[in-house]
Design a binder for this molecule. Structure first.
Ligand SMILES: Cc1ncc(C[n+]2csc(CCOP(=O)(O)OP(=O)(O)O)c2C)c(N)n1
Ligand SMILES: [Mg+2]
Length: 368
């Protein structure tokens, strides 16, 4: 049933929460509740981090509100800590879905001593060695060539790991994207490339981004299948991504999945969305009406296991408390000393860095 290059996005659950096809056996109410809980965790994590941003406790954040089904569906379709992930700066919900602890993400956003990168990355550009999650790069599409390289390495090493690479719709206009897709295709490397098509690249709409009729059709040029899925239907994303991931894992070469979704919040904290300068409120409201979390709630109602308003409120309160606790714990750990910027870079510090470290030391002493 899951075919590449469909004219319409593949969908399992209608917008009002009814199964369009019989759901595979694993979609029990308990499993749907697990998916719902993870999506809600992503939604509320975003909300809390935006508050921290406004309080000046972190300085950059990009919310994924509206895109939770895409990221949780993908997370549940691959093997955490086994497959490699080259994500982008809006993938916090994907990371949470893979099991990366809230504390790691919060520590990174705050740049505290408990941050794995110890404050050396831009806030909200996390990584996790344990989860094979490569450090996020701000340069659009720059993760695609190294992801192709990582997939090529997996092929040469003969492992059953695959490389998962995500990016936005805007990224598909970059030279790096084409170079990476071509390299993965030419080498038949086990890469699963997932476009989180939220239809906007800051203020540039998809129709100005490409003359192609959609994104997934571009896969043809690189010799791989291109799947098109409703990115607000968590069941469809999980099923299509799992199908594509296992096809890739079986040694058939790479695949592209395009998830059609929408960013209902602002691009980042540097955006004119609030001034309504590039899109209408009607458009945003239309997509708010297609909320991926509400869709699962309607599906659960339909299956006779509804989440009550009290239960939902309790879930949200628990997430907020968990985030608050982890923020306090990360802040209590303090912030890295300036000296660490010279550490863990070279095994033998080169002379020019030694001189800079000495210069900074003298400056610090002079100011003390
Ligand atoms: C190479 C490069 N060019 C431009 C930018 C500025 N920039 C940051 S995010 C962004 C839009 C990306 O849109 P998309 O790929 O659709 O991802 P989304 O933010 O919508 O999730 C741009 C142009 C950048 N970071 N890197
Ligand atoms: Mg986009």
């Amino acid at each position: 049933m899951i075919q590449p290059f469909t004219a319409d996005p593949i969908r399992f659950v209608s917008e009002d929460g009814r199964p369009i096809h019989p759901l595979p056996a694993q979609y029990t109410p308990a499993f749907l509740r697990e998916l719902h809980g993870l999506m809600l965790l992503g939604r509320e994590f975003d909300r809390k981090l935006i508050t921290l941003l406004r309080q000046g406790r972190t300085s950059f954040y990009a919310q994924a509100s509206g895109m939770e089904a895409t990221q949780i569906g993908l997370a549940k379709a691959i093997r955490p800590k086994h497959d490699w992930v080259w994500g982008y700066y809006r993938d916090q919900v994907l990371a949470l879905g893979l099991g990366v602890p809230l504390f790691n993400l919060i520590s990174q956003c705050l740049g505290s001593n408990t941050d794995e990168s110890r404050g050396r990355q831009m806030p909200h550009h996390f990584s996790s060695r344990e989860y094979n999650f490569a450090s996020i790069s701000s340069s659009i599409a720059s993760q695609v060539p190294p992801a192709a390289g990582s997939a090529m390495a997996q092929k040469y090493l003969g492992t059953d790991e695959i490389t998962v690479c995500t990016f936005g719709d805007g990224a598909t206009s970059e030279g790096d994207w084409h170079a990476g897709m071509n390299m993965a295709g030419a080498n038949q490397a086990p890469g699963l490339f997932v476009c989180e098509n939220n239809q906007w690249a800051i203020s540039t709409h998809l129709r100005h981004q490409t003359a192609s009729e959609n994104i997934h059709i571009k896969a043809k040029a690189y010799g791989m299948p291109g799947f098109y899925v409703d990115g607000n239907d968590v069941v469809a994303v999980l099923e299509v991504c799992h199908h594509a991931a296992e096809w890739v894992r079986a040694g058939n070469g790479p695949a592209l999945v395009e998830c059609l979704t929408y960013r209902v919040g602002s691009h980042s904290n540097a955006d004119a969305d609030a001034e309504k300068s590039y899109r209408t409120r009607d458009e945003v409201n239309e997509w708010l009406g297609r909320d991926p979390i509400t869709r699962v709630e309607h599906l659960l109602e339909h299956l006779g296991d509804p989440i009550s308003a009290e239960e939902r409120a309790g879930m949200i309160a628990a997430i907020h408390k968990q985030v608050d606790d982890e923020v306090l714990r990360a802040e209590a750990a303090g912030y890295p000393d300036w000296r660490i910027m010279f550490e863990d870079v070279y095994s033998d510090m080169p002379d020019h860095l030694r001189q800079q470290a000495q210069y900074l030391r003298e400056e610090q002493e002079a100011q003390a």
